[in-house]
Structures are given as C-alpha cells and as structure tokens.
Design a protein around this ligand. Structure first.
Ligand code: PLP
Length: 364
C-alpha cells in the first residue's frame, strides 16, 4: 500500500540547505541594450586565431578531452617556470578552489577567508564540509592580514588570500603577506587567489611565484577568464608543490576542461603579448575611472584589478538601479557597495555621468 505511506523527503545536508546563493552579475534583458559591467569580464572578444582554434576543436566534440590537459599544462609550466606536475587545470579557478578545499578540508575544519570578498568562498567552504571564518576588511577596503593571522586556530586548514580582492580592488603587500606566512603554521595551506594578477601594477604587491617558491604551504589560483578573456570557456588552474598538486588533481572532476577550452587556452597563451596589450588598455581605463571618480569627490579604494569599488553601503541597490536606467549594469552587494567592471570607454562615460549626478553624499 504505497499510497498509505506519507513519503519523507530526501534530506539535504544542512550546510547545503543553508548555502547562500551565488548571485551572477546582471544581464540585459532580451531585446534591451545595456553595457554589462557586472561580472568582471574582459570587454574584448577572443582573438581571431583563438576563435579559429575553438571552431577547429569543436569538430572533435564526440571525443573526451585529454583528461590531464597535457598540452595546456606543459605550456603553463613553461610560461610560469615551474614543473608540469605543479600545475592542475580545472573548469574555472572557482572549481579548482573547490578541489583544493576537497583535498585538504573536512568536517569541523576551519577556513579563514577575508570578507567582503569573492562570494564563492563561503559556498565552496560549506560544500567542502568545513566552516568559513570570515575576517572583515580594514576600513580602507583592504584585506586585514593581521586579523586573518590572528583568526587561525588549531582547526584551521586553509587561509584564503584574495589578491587583488574582489570586489574592493586592492592587492596585498609583500611585507604584510610575508608576516602572515611567517605566523601561519606550515601545515596550514595558504591559497593566494590571483584571478586578477595580470592587472596588478602596484610595485609593493607580491610576486605569487616567488611566494610559492619560498613557502611549501602556498597554492596559487589563476584563470583564463579575466586577462585572457575566456570566461565563457571555463579554464583556471592551481600552481603548487607537487604533492599538494597531486592531491588537488585527485579530487578534480575527470575531464573538467573541455577540448575546446584547452585549445583556446593554449592558443591564447601563445598570443599572450597581444592579450596583455589589451590588459594594458584596461588598466589605463581603470586609471581614467578612478581619477575621474576622485575628481568628482568619491573616495575610491586603490584598484589593482579590472573593476572599481564604490562603498555606497545601504544605497548600493539604488545606485545600481540608477546606473541600469542609464544603460549600465553594475554589481551591487547589499549593504556594502557597488562593483563596477572596467569595460568599454563608452560604458565608462555613461557610468561617470551617473556618478556625477548621484545626488546623495559621495563619500565611499
Ligand atoms: C577572486 C576570484 N577568484 C576566482 C574567480 C573565478 O574565476 P573563474 O572560475 O572564471 O576562473 C573569480 C571570478 O570572478 C574571482 O573574482
């Protein structure tokens, strides 16, 4: 009598049931035109040679990709001056972060994260079964590495350092990072999330590869989504000591990077000179935005990434709505601020009109 039994629902893990939703950047609705400055994307389309490589690779879509992305891994190792065994690719660096956490964390473990920072962190930590320990940013929207070091306990397995910090923009400084690394036990993994590393121009910012060379407990996370403009194809990677890299590889989704994505990344890496010229143009546009905002009276943190931060607090949603009405989609973080990606100069002009008109007090 199946009908007589009240069916019980499949329980979700409590950590999963309580997960905060990852909120993607706003898109223009169908048929509407708007500049999309809401997802830290690269405004430039892939180079023609990359588009051709993508088209060619599509012809092999009936085959599984090379599971270990051998060609891409070798090209990255060559470009970075590390051994191929130290590089682990994955379906975007956000997935690689999940694999890193899966490799080292379990129930009851703690992961120290900065906050506000990349919104995937609390989700990834909860999915790994661990507990996120968020450490507030300083008043000038920087990571508070002293407080993060102080938050490390016997249960801490990982400390995540987002540099430059998404969504506020500043990069950490070499000296403060070294102080953190000196105080964190050597069996605690320090993840340097360098998704925006190619946009960094601050001479005080650390060189992640040097940091990795000097510390056995460091992992770098990087991506083809930002500077290399391949966000839609999902390719990221970790660089770590071989033993840790092997652990990350062991937890990775099999065939996590498609053949199309591997080919696009390899060809993009080969065209790094051209692509990094584009990064230079984005950095110049970032400087234009920050300078103009400051001239307009805004207090804007130093940005080392491809976005700028307006610390609008409770007025973030209202500002985003006003920008959308003017044709610019930005990313509000309720109660904290608004992140604006650096995109096309026309979009900058529209945004700067909105910021100039914004009537409420302007201190960020
Ligand atoms: C700090 C940071 N890390 C990682 C990522 C993930 O990038 P992807 O998964 O596209 O490689 C992002 C994307 O916005 C980010 O801002």
């Amino acid at each position: 009598m199946l009908d007589a039994v009240t069916p019980r629902s499949v329980p979700l893990r409590p950590a999963v049931a309580d997960l905060p939703a990852y909120v993607p950047g706003a898109r223009a609705s169908v048929g509407a035109a708007a500049w999309k400055l809401s997802s830290n994307e690269n405004p430039y389309p892939p180079l023609p040679g990359v588009v051709s490589a993508i088209a060619d690779a599509a012809a092999d879509a009936n085959r599984y990709p090379d599971m270990y992305a051998t060609e891409l891994t070798a090209a990255l190792a060559d470009a970075l001056g590390v051994r191929p065994e130290s590089v682990v690719t994955g379906c975007g660096s956000v997935a690689v972060l999940g694999h890193v956490l899966a490799a080292v964390c379990g129930a009851g473990d703690e992961v120290v994260i900065p906050w506000r920072s990349f919104e995937a962190y609390p989700i990834a930590v909860a999915v790994a079964g661990a507990t996120a320990v968020p450490v507030p940013l300083t008043d000038d929207a920087r990571l508070d590495l002293v407080a993060m070091a102080a938050a490390v306990t016997d249960r801490t397995r990982v400390v995540v350092v987002c540099t430059p910090n998404n969504p506020t923009g500043p990069a950490v400084r070499t000296a403060e990072l070294e102080t953190l690394l000196a105080s964190v036990p050597s069996d605690v993994l320090v993840v340097l999330d360098e998704a925006y590393v190619e946009f960094v121009r601050d001479p005080d910012a650390p060189d992640g590869l040097d940091v990795l060379a000097a510390h056995r407990n460091v992992v770098l996370l990087r991506t083809f989504s930002k500077a290399y403009g391949l966000a839609g194809l999902r390719v990221g990677y970790a660089v770590a000591r071989r033993r840790i890299a092997a652990g990350i590889r062991a937890t990775s989704t099999p065939f996590g990077v498609s053949h199309v994505a591997q080919r696009a990344a390899v060809v993009s890496l080969g065209a790094a000179g051209q692509l990094l010229d584009r990064v230079e143009a984005i950095v110049a546009e970032r400087t234009r935005i920050v300078d103009r905002l400051r001239t307009q009276g805004w207090s804007v943190p130093d940005s080392q990434a491809n976005f700028v931060w307006l610390g609008l607090g409770d007025r973030s949603g209202a500002f985003a709505a006003e920008a959308a009405a003017a044709g610019v989609l930005v990313r509000p973080f309720a109660g904290d601020g608004v992140r604006v990606s650096v995109g096309e100069p026309e979009a900058t002009d529209l945004l700067l009109d909105v910021t100039a008109e914004w009537s409420a007090p302007r201190s960020a």
